[in-house]
Design a protein around this ligand. Structure first.
Ligand code: ATP
Ligand code: MG
Length: 565
């Protein structure tokens, strides 16, 4: 590509809301331009990278035996009503109406559409297993679109759906996809980790996320210091402490804490450690309020809490008015000792191992000291309620947990039969009997991968593309080409040779001075740069430099071509 014929529009300034490196660099290079909140145009430069990612994903999906189709992005309401997700999917679902007032949504995912396709197309077990995939635009009306294409509202996803007669076959395909995902992210040059995951709104049994490791990641992942164990913190089990609970040694005592409401304030005021306090949260239960108790130094894990039978499938804090009405006490002074009997008290495993603890006094301006379970505070049930923290025992019994941040770029699920059951997707088995199909689903955030790769691969001067994602592999930078015909000719000759060798090359023929020209090439992250100059040519060499190294090498034509091919 001749740069004079391309549209490159790098900029110096980016909006202040571009908080993370990938967002800033995608704007500075001009890869993306914002049209509306969470909605972006991919410029010609950005699209070159996005297409590279797509190509790798497509190749590996095909290699793994999946077959490509393309489903519509607009989906009829009736299909979503069959699975109950028209209501259940919530605010992320963008609902629209046509001129006849019929309801549709812009697809956030395609389980309904593909299951409809499968129930019409697949009649016999002989057509199974089969794995259909597409690469297509999705829309999710995210509450907080941010970080550019990392968490956009409109984004590009590869989604695949497999169909099986039985769960053994599903498990084999799940493993096959898991391995294919490993190959995709490895080929793209990403540092990643597969972790056990929650199944969320998609549902199902087993699930793994593929997380690109980056400090700016929105997800926290827990992994063992000694074993292969790795899980999203949402999922990671917090084991019960090894030691049994000591017997009470203190009497229950009410102490005045007039303005101390938080654990930090209360523990500092009373001179006890946060881990000797119990923190109580009142949430909306299926039937009135429910109390969730964790140790003062721990945090409630909302994903775990949402799964409690006492909760309606979501963990929503009760509001102050409701708390005051039911308990007569303001939030900040609530504790498990002396709560009204109507409120179930669900206690985290670590909190349940405490004796002589501090907790809210259920009276404004007071806490209890020397509280003990059973004796002073009811325990309806002990459960795993908290987020794991660094140093916790690994749930597989080997080593301790460390926590890292990650960006979710892929997600595989064993859905089982829930969608096929709801939508009546059956095939005849070899005995001629109708069987509900088993399903798996497998997503990759194609556009998010571009941002994730930049998070892992950049420096002060710009992007440092992993080779397979780079918009071009080589940039030729002629210096003083206007004044020097030989420089011009040699640059053209090299450009023709590299193209002929099938090496994607960018010829910077804009006639810029070296400073701004090099700055642009570094910013857009081209892995290899060749400078053609009068000085070099008189010595019979080109100046070669890798984007991720700081030295220049003077190479003759033969050596240069050898290195680049
Ligand atoms: P997240 O937890 O990040 O919202 P998710 O669990 O909702 O993701 P899936 O439904 O599993 O995502 O979608 C498959 C993939 O699509 C994700 O692994 C992610 O890479 C990508 N993805 C999901 N939401 C977005 C978004 N808002 N912007 C860009 N990519 C997204
Ligand atoms: Mg999501």
């Amino acid at each position: 590509m001749r740069l004079s014929r391309f549209h490159l529009a790098t900029v110096k300034e980016v909006p202040a809301d571009a908080e993370i490196a990938s967002h800033r660099l995608m704007l500075r290079t001009g890869m993306i331009r914002k049209l509306a909140a969470g909605i972006y145009t991919w410029s010609p430069l950005g699209l070159r990278v996005l297409s590279k990612v797509q190509a790798v994903v497509r190749e590996e999906m095909n290699r793994a035996g999946a077959i490509e189709l393309l489903m519509p992005s607009i989906q009829p309401k009736e299909l979503w009503e069959e699975t109950g997700r028209w209501e259940k999917f919530g605010g992320q679902l963008l609902k629209i109406r046509d001129r006849k007032e019929a309801g549709y949504c812009y697809g956030p995912t395609h389980e309904e559409v593909v299951t409809d396709f499968a129930r019409n197309e697949l009649k016999s077990y002989k057509q199974l297993p089969v794995n259909f995939y597409q690469i297509q635009t999705k829309f999710r009306d995210e509450i907080r679109p941010r970080f550019g294409v990392m968490r956009a509202r409109e984004f590009l996803m590869k989604d695949a759906y497999s169909f099986h007669l039985d769960s053994d076959c599903l498990e084999r395909e799940y493993r096959n996809m898991y391995d294919a995902y490993g190959r995709i992210f490895t080929r793209l040059g990403l540092r990643f980790r597969a972790v056990q995951a929650d199944t969320g709104a998609i549902g199902g049994n087993a699930s793994h996320e593929f997380q690109v490791l980056a400090d700016s990641g929105e997800d926290a992942i827990a992994f063992s210091s000694e074993s292969e164990y790795a899980a999203n913190v949402e999922m990671a089990e917090a084991l019960a402490p090894a030691a049994t609970r000591p017997a009470p040694s203190q009497a229950l005592e009410r102490v005045a804490t007039p303005t101390q409401k938080t654990i930090e304030d209360v523990s500092a005021f009373l001179g006890v450690k946060p881990e000797q306090c119990v923190k109580t949260m009142l949430v909306r239960g299926v039937d009135g309020l429910v109390a969730l108790c964790v140790r003062g130094d721990h945090e409630i894990n909302e994903v775990k809490a949402a799964k409690l039978a006492e909760l309606p499938g979501a963990s929503v804090l009760a509001d102050e008015a409701e708390i005051v009405r039911v308990t007569g006490t303001r939030p900040g002074f609530i504790g498990p000792a002396g709560l009204p009997d109507s409120i179930p008290v669900i206690v985290d495993r670590s909190a349940a191992a405490l004796a002589d603890f501090v907790c809210g006094g259920n009276q404004d301006g007071s806490h209890f000291r020397g509280a003990n379970w059973e004796r002073d505070a009811r325990v309806t049930r002990v459960a795993d309620l908290r987020k794991v923290v660094e140093g916790d025992a690994s749930p597989d019994g080997h080593g301790t947990l460390r926590i890292a941040r990650g960006i979710e770029v892929g997600h595989v699920f064993q859905l089982g039969s829930q969608y096929a059951q709801a939508m009546g997707a059956t095939v005849l088995d070899d005995g001629g009997k109708a069987q509900v199909m088993q399903m798996g689903c497998y997503g990759i955030g194609v556009s998010r991968i571009v941002a994730a790769a930049i998070e892992q691969n950049h420096d002060d001067n710009g992007i440092v593309w992993p080779e397979p994602m780079a918009p071009w592999r080589v940039a030729i930078c002629p210096i003083g080409a206007q004044q020097n015909a030989q420089v011009r000719e040699e640059a053209e000759r090299l450009y023709a040779e590299l193209n002929a060798a099938g090496i994607e090359t960018l010829l910077d023929d804009r006639g810029l001075r070296p400073g701004p020209m090099f700055a642009d090439m570094e910013l857009i992250g081209i892995p290899h740069r060749v400078v053609v100059s009068e000085r070099g040519l008189s010595a019979g060499t080109f100046e070669y430099r890798r984007r991720n190294e700081s030295e220049n090498h003077a190479l003759d034509r033969e050596e240069l071509l050898r290195r680049l091919s």
